[in-house]
Write a protein that binds this ligand. Structure first.
Ligand code: 4AZ
Length: 833
């Protein structure tokens, strides 16, 4: 987690943040009640009034005068000599308040001893208790840093606060009353939106789990869904030495996790260090989310924003006897081991050790089919949090199949989970084998694993080390790579190294003294640029420097009717036509990235300003629905299929330019004046899937909002060329939309191959791009967005518009794009560009 994740800046002009912040303030009536009650409890008055006074005043100030950053830390204190009583569950009781006040004094003293940070301290609150080796008290401490002191932020750390608390506790220990001995304390950065002090408890429930299931639901679950702008908490407690099992039966919340999500903590404080998981979106009923706590408490939080309403969730919970230890010695010839409670999410704070010990003449194979241990904020390959250790080799994050051969009759497997973020974990299998006959009746992989003989030579890497795909007799529709692997013939000459040794791409070169046409055909070298069209597609005359005036479909035709014998002559910054029309017909400065000088499936997050022509089209309350590209200050290009039926109404759409993150307040938002769908768009075949959108008001063309160049009809995007697809679409087939703009590099695929893999479904208005091996592709929600290709002169051209595909990132199913060169004339007719 980055240090600044929960900084909340209250800037003068941000209505949104201000609204959200004010939402958390108690209403006047609540303040009055609090003050009245507080008056009865001497000593608490000053603290409570100070809390509200400072906070509400600052909320106003932040709105109108000065910005500030709020930092909240929360955690728990352990009081081994104190007793937990049911009285402490009710903040109105004297027991609750008296103890809270004493503990708040300790925390306040600590925070005031934080040297240069102390002046930013506002107040602390103890807001709940639970049983647990004596008593656990849950607290939060708030700091506010004016924007002009922002430089001090890096000095705030969890360790600084923990250190100060420890020092205060040590000083106090000599004279305090024994009941208040504090032994353990935690402190972790906390999202201010998650903190709920007793006075905020309008949607708050506390339950004690039993051995049998109990149920709770989010508000409005069986009616019109949970309301907007709510913050609800469910506190779940169990008997000592028990843990809590929670299972969401129904789960339907916003896809956008920004301000609308369910969070589960392994504590009663909503600290980042104690998060078990954060979830949003919908879950199919076949895929219940189930979780375990590590101790006897669990906190479930639901936050919603001002957008659409969702059904919410229903959940069952019960208590289970705490697992004292996990792991054991395994001596059978085969067996399995798994994370505790698999496939329920494993609990935090676990350590399991399995020792496999078999007869001395045997060796061991271990296979883990899938590991799910993703922890936000950990760097790839750095297993510092949750991990699985197999004989000294550590695994963490998400992994597909892992197979390991142990050359000894003994292996040690260790699983560790830290205090936060849990996941499904894994189930592993082991088998002892005799090295003299390791795979009776099966195929022995190089990795030492056995697989069914059917899996050999099927084109898939079943062994994990490709050994099942070597030395194969290839089938008729396959060819043999130099390294002995068989690959589908279709994958030859697609400029992707499928064999691993590039042999599938080598045989595609034309013999010496020959010239290769765009469609792969070879002609004699002296036939190119001889004034005759020898390649079927005329590409032999497209790139000629001898000045012969040949006009093929690959030559730019100037205004005066002459042709330029140079590839992609238009808008390249060089005047090639005598009349200058090759440069004059371009949108000025198109295709450059002024800002950047130097769940797309399988993509990565884009940098700010990297794709300045990318637009997010929002429909009504649905939010992002399609992508589009800026081609001039008042024209966008997108896909026709985005605007069918009720989506045809321009007044329901908004076009967000200059945006990287959904919700970026700096985006330029425009209404649509008119949507021009191609008159020949075919809903069945997706032919002519292009639409032009005229904006009600032009964009201010700034470095982050900038048009892409339209390619001329003669423009060539050769097979194998690397282009980029960008969008906020699903991260995997059936997945949810991405919050941040994703980019993925894809390759232009040969038209013949494209036609074969789509079983003839592509027309000349379509092009294929991606990988026949799958894994990287556009997906739902990317539609209408650009396929951007960079020419050698540094300019970006719109080669395609995301249109369709069979699923996403599937093998042999590349993405299909509308081919802009074939639709260029229509674009000119409609836009005059
Ligand atoms: C879609 O539904 C979609 N794999 C877009 C692109 C692709 C598939 C689906 C290509 O918007």
């Amino acid at each position: 987690m980055s240090d600044g994740q929960f900084e909340k800046s209250f800037l003068p002009d941000s209505n949104h943040t201000r609204k959200k912040r004010l939402k958390k303030r108690p209403r006047v009536a609540v303040i009055v009640t609090v003050v009245l009650v507080a008056l009865l409890v001497l000593g608490a008055v000053a603290g409570v009034l100070y809390w509200y006074f400072t906070d509400s005043t600052n909320a106003d100030q932040s709105g109108e005068q000065s910005g500030k950053v709020v930092r909240i830390y929360s955690g728990h204190l352990n009081l081994p000599n104190a007793q937990y009583t049911r009285q402490l569950e009710n903040p109105e009781t004297t027991d609750f308040k008296e103890l809270a006040e004493k503990l708040e004094q300790v925390i306040n003293t600590s925070c005031k001893n934080l040297d240069e940070l102390s002046s930013y301290f506002v107040n602390s609150r103890v807001f709940d208790y639970s049983a647990g080796s004596g008593l656990m008290a849950y607290y939060m401490a708030q700091f506010e840093i004016p924007m002009e002191h922002k430089d001090i932020l890096h000095k705030f750390s969890e360790d600084a606060l923990k250190g100060a608390l420890r020092r205060t506790v040590e000083v106090r220990r000599s004279f305090e009353d024994k009941k208040l001995t504090i032994t353990q304390m935690t402190s972790s950065l906390t999202n201010p939106d998650l903190v709920m002090i007793p006075e905020d408890r309008t949607c708050y429930h506390t339950y004690h789990a039993k051995d049998t299931d109990m149920t709770f639901t989010s508000p409005g679950f069986n009616k019109d869904g949970y309301p907007n702008n709510i913050h609800c908490q469910w506190v779940l407690r169990a008997d000592t030495d028990h843990v809590i099992y929670l299972e969401f039966l129904d789960f339907n919340t916003d896809d956008d996790c920004g301000n609308d999500f369910v969070m589960v903590h392994d504590s009663l404080s909503p600290a980042e260090d104690d998060v078990i998981t954060k979830k949003c979106g919908k879950r199919p009923s076949s895929k219940h989310l189930s979780l375990m706590s590590s101790g006897s408490v669990m906190l479930v939080t639901l936050l919603s924003d001002e957008n659409e309403r969702f059904k919410g969730f229903s959940a069952n919970f019960s208590q289970r006897v705490k697992m004292r230890e996990c792991g054991r010695t395994l001596t059978e010839l085969s067996g399995n081991f798994s994370t505790p409670y698999y496939p329920t999410f494993y609990p935090p704070n676990m350590n399991c050790v399995w020792t496999i010990k078999v007869l001395p003449h045997l060796k061991i194979r271990i296979k883990i089919e899938m590991i799910r241990m993703e922890e936000p904020g950990t760097r790839h390959g750095e297993c510092t949090k949750d991990y699985l250790d197999i004989d000294g080799e550590r695994y963490c994050g998400d992994h597909p199949l892992i197979s390991v051969k142990i050359e000894r009759p003994e292996a040690v497997i260790e699983f560790h989970s830290d205090e936060s973020h849990t996941d499904k974990g894994f189930i592993g299998y082991y088998k002892a084998f005799d090295p003299r006959n390791p795979c009776p009746g099966e195929f022995l992989c190089g990795s030492g694993f056995c697989i069914s003989t059917d899996m050999r030579c099927d084109g898939w890497n079943d062994c994990g080390d490709m050994s099942d795909e070597r030395q194969c007799d290839c089938e008729r529709d396959q060819f043999t790579c130099d390294n002995g692997i068989c690959k589908p013939k279709l994958w030859m000459c697609d400029r992707v190294n499928d064999c691993g040794d590039n042999s599938d791409e080598k045989a595609c070169e034309c013999p010496k003294d020959h010239w290769k046409c765009q469609n792969g055909m070879c002609i004699s070298a002296n036939q190119s640029c001889d004034g005759h069209k020898d390649c079927e597609d005329g590409s032999d005359e497209a790139v000629c420097t001898n000045g012969v005036n040949i006009c093929t479909e690959f030559n730019y035709k100037c205004g005066d009717g002459s042709c330029v014998n140079k590839a992609n002559a238009e808008c390249d910054g060089t005047k090639d036509c005598e009349d200058g029309t090759d440069e004059a017909n371009c949108v000025p400065q198109c295709g450059v990235r002024p800002f950047k000088q130097q769940r797309i499936v399988g993509g990565t997050s884009a940098d700010l300003g990297e794709w300045p022509w990318q637009v997010s089209l929002h429909y009504g309350r649905l939010g992002h629905a399609c992508g589009a590209s800026i081609i001039s200050d008042n024209w966008l290009i997108s896909a026709s299929h985005c605007f069918m039926d009720q989506y045809n109404d321009p007044s329901k759409w908004l076009a967000f330019g200059g945006m990287n993150f959904q919700g970026d307040p700096l985006a330029q938002i425009r209404r649509m004046k008119q949507i021009h769908k191609h008159q020949r768009y075919n809903e069945e075949t997706y032919d002519y899937d292009i639409a032009l959108i005229e904006l009600e008001a032009p964009y201010d063309l700034l470095p982050k909002v900038h048009p892409i160049c339209l390619p001329d009809t003669s423009h060539i995007f050769p097979t194998g060329m690397s282009c980029w697809v960008t969008g906020w679409g699903a991260m995997y087939e059936g997945g949810s939309k991405s919050m941040s703009l994703q980019k993925a590099e894809v390759k232009i695929i040969n038209d013949t191959v494209c036609s074969v893999v789509t079983e003839g479904q592509v027309t000349s208005r379509m092009l294929c791009s991606g990988y026949l091996t799958g894994a990287i592709d556009a997906c739902q929600g990317d539609s209408g967005g650009p396929l951007s290709c960079r020419e050698e002169n540094g300019k970006w051209f719109l080669a395609g518009i995301v249109s369709w595909g069979e699923g996403c990132a599937r093998k042999n199913k590349p993405g299909i794009y509308s081919r802009v060169t074939k639709l260029r004339e229509w674009i000119r007719e409609v836009t005059k560009l």
